[in-house]
Ligand binder design. Structure first.
Ligand code: BGC
Length: 719
């Protein structure tokens, strides 16, 4: 087919600014194309034509737009319906999940992650990959935290830019989701979220803003929930005012699946494509009952202005993105399930794992000093790629923690004893005979590695079996399920040389046994190479460099969403009374000691911070400091810069992350680094002026290794 040069919008209310940027020839072609289209053809493009496509116009050479989940790998194929396809090659790369990526604090890895995903999506014939998911981690209980990145808007913004650019450099669209305030799975299809304008601007929106204005994301997915009384997917304030007008988003707003509830609002409030499945329809080819299908045709016939302005704007956006992603030309092929992609998955997993505790330097283990290792825990032997809901991935292979340890010790003389310890089953509690077996293994070993934590559910083939870290559910509490507390307590009595590895998408209450174990590693859901990465860290082939992208509170009752705010709200509304005090912004300001602070992560070496200098001019600051590796092995430190206002006029968090850099240093090496603080680093959102403001006065710049491990401080006067 001859390549058509499409963009742009002819009459859309938000397109003026964009039109000015495009070349006239292109504009004319799109004008001509839209003029040739009938109303039915236009409407056909703005709703689903199958489970993961929206309509095309064959006669004009406009293809369907093909979408696929998800955020850490391309979802298994199920054709146009929801029945899994057999005999197709859909076993690909399973990347570490969102919060693991964020734990690397390495934006360059964000790009590599996105590039793998974009390339695999392209190979699989997709146009849009439905990720990244970047909702703020407001409570440890949210079932989808594992897909999301962080509690901190700045960290999210930096990681998301790389991810999106990586995907889109492959000529595939990313789809940032779920816009906005979708921070719990309980009642996600009905709950109405309210919060202050300041919390919205300072906490919940910056990641999306960075995705749109800096990463230039092509598509965005509206959330299921309501915001201030109106469904997010057709929320006039969020989509028309903020996303399209303020931020100048020129791409496509896709509804979450089944998130549209009203034709008029969807037409008027910026929903460009309605996706989902009408499960009551007899035929998978009939999408006529969608809100943006027959009933949209009827509305438009009654009011022709709707067609000229709103429908044309939606079609124009779709054509623009189709053109931008070369859907009318010939694409390169992409690469699938390649060795290079596995290596990227490994690299990310290695940098993602966080060494939380390392008493008496129990880690790294030395191969030649160990005769027997006991590996304990059902999670040590569990594959997770297929779990979690819409983000499920059929992994080409998946190295479990147990397999990774066995791989690494190879044919050395170390003896590995494995004991399951607990069962991952609905309502399972402590199992005395499994505990006894584990205790016997522990007693016979030099060192014990318990692999525990969360799971995506029970049988990953059954949606109703989703539990804990999964779509559609939240965790019932923060307690370790399946009798793991009893197991770990018994094991540590049998052998104090115990290291616990936590699998999961967020914090878990470890208070019952934490003082009794020597080492703790947070391993997340670390993708297909997770077990290899873990083993390399345990045996010191990789020096851990991950840092927590979320605070690990001691107990659920310490969490701001639960103490100050509401969660999950009543059956209708949830009010975010915790306001801007999300994550460490709360713990640090209200002086609640966490189990492990935001930004915490140990290394097998040590780092010294010195020579902090802050130079301020033109509302920006340039911050330099020297960082030295003072230990015996190479390693990486994430230098975090927090900003603190001395005497704020409005309530402000004790500190806020405003810059960071991951610095790689050989043993004994030192580097001077320079970090930039923009004007925004000193600002807050003023609700009366409805804009960001900076109050002239004194601030402190804190150079820190975590939000509570501040190494150097310098004052700066801003004006
Ligand atoms: C999820 C989205 C997902 C979509 C398509 C929805 O239920 O919330 O994140 O992309 O389904 O599978």
């Amino acid at each position: 087919m001859k390549r058509l040069l499409l963009p742009l919008c002819l009459s859309g209310i938000f397109c003026q600014k964009i039109i000015a940027q495009i070349n006239t020839a292109t504009e004319q072609k799109i004008t001509v194309l839209i003029k040739k289209m009938t109303l039915a053809e236009k409407i056909n493009m703005i709703h689903a034509s199958s489970s993961f496509t929206s309509g095309g116009v064959k006669r004009l050479g406009i293809p369907e737009l093909v979408m696929s989940d998800g955020p850490h790998g391309v979802r298994p194929e199920h054709g146009r319906d929801w029945d899994k396809d057999l005999n197709v090659n859909d076993s690909g790369t399973y990347l570490p999940t969102g919060n693991a990526l964020a734990a690397t604090w390495n934006p360059a890895l964000g790009y590599q992650f996105g590039a793998v995903l974009g390339s695999e999506a392209k190979w699989r014939g997709k146009d849009v990959i439905l990720g990244p998911g970047i909702n703020i981690i407001r409570t440890p209980l949210n079932g989808r935290n594992f897909e999301y990145l962080s509690e901190d808007p700045y960290l999210i913004s930096k990681m998301v830019i790389g991810y999106i650019k990586g995907v889109q450099a492959q000529g595939i669209s990313a789809c940032v989701k779920h816009f906005a305030a979708n921070n719990q799975e309980i009642l996600r299809n009905s709950i109405n979220v309210t919060m202050s304008e300041r919390a919205l601007r300072e906490i919940y929106l910056p990641g999306f803003k960075a995705a749109v204005t800096e990463a230039k994301v092509n598509t965005l997915m509206g959330a299921y929930n309501k915001f201030r009384g109106q469904w997010c997917t057709h929320n006039s304030y969020l989509i028309n005012n903020i996303l399209k007008k303020e931020w100048g988003f020129d791409g496509i707003v896709i509804s979450d699946w089944g998130a549209v509830h009203n034709t008029k609002e969807a037409l008027e409030n910026g929903t460009d494509i309605e996706m989902g499945s009408e499960f009551t329809l007899k035929s998978w080819t009939d999408y006529s009952k969608f809100y943006l299908a027959d009933s949209a045709v009827a509305s438009v016939k009654m009011d022709k202005a709707l067609l000229d302005v709103l429908v044309n704007d939606k079609v124009c956006r779709i054509l623009r993105i189709m053109n931008r992603t070369n859907m009318f030309g010939k694409r390169t092929n992409g690469e699938y399930a390649s060795k290079a992609h596995s290596s990227t998955a490994l690299k990310i997993a290695e940098e993602a794992m966080v060494l939380l505790k390392n008493e008496s330097k129990i880690l790294p283990l030395e191969k030649n000093k160990i005769k027997t290792i006991a590996v304990i825990g059902a999670n040590a032997d569990k594959k997770n790629g297929y779990g979690g809901g819409s983000s499920q991935v059929k992994a080409l292979y998946e190295i479990t923690p147990l397999a990774g340890i066995i791989n690494l010790i190879g044919n050395s003389n170390i003896n590995v004893l494995y004991a399951q310890g607990y069962t991952i089953e609905r309502n399972a509690t402590a199992n005395n005979s499994l505990i006894a077996e584990a205790v016997a293994a522990a007693a016979n070993a030099d060192v014990v590695i318990v692999v525990g934590g969360w799971t995506h559910g029970y049988n990953y083939n059954v949606w109703d079996d989703n539990a804990y870290d999964a779509e559609g559910v939240d965790k019932p509490n923060m307690d370790m399920p399946f009798g793991q507390n009893e197991l770990i307590s018994a094991v540590t009595k049998a052998n104090p040389n115990t290291i616990v590895v936590l699998i999961g998408g967020c914090a878990i209450d470890i208070s019952q046994w934490e003082p009794n174990v020597k080492g703790i590693i947070e391993a997340w859901y670390a993708g297909m190479e997770g077990g290899n990465a873990l083993a390399k860290i345990i045996f010191g082939e990789v020096n851990p460099s991950g840092k927590l992208p979320v605070t690990f509170p001691k107990h659920l009752k310490d969490c701001p969403a639960h103490v100050l705010g509401e969660y999950p709200g009543d059956s209708v509304n949830v009010k975010y009374k915790d306001d801007i005090f999300v994550g460490y912004r709360y713990y640090d300001t209200y002086q609640v000691a966490p189990q492990f602070a935001f930004g915490h992560g140990l290394s097998y070496t040590s780092f010294q911070y010195s020579n902090l200098k802050v130079q301020y001019a033109n509302k920006k600051a340039s911050v330099t400091l020297t960082i030295k590796n003072t230990g015996k092995v190479a390693g990486a430190e994430v230098v975090q810069l927090y900003v603190q206002e001395d005497t704020p006029e409005v309530k402000r968090p004790a500190k806020e992350l405003k810059a960071f850099e991951k610095v790689f240093l050989k043993a004994g090496e030192q580097k001077q680094i320079t970090l930039k603080l923009t004007e925004n680093a000193f600002q807050y959102f003023d609700e009366t002026k409805m804009r960001w403001v900076m109050k002239p006065g004194k601030f402190k710049v804190l150079a820190a290794s975590s939000s509570i491990d501040v190494r150097l401080v310098k004052s700066v006067e801003v004006f």
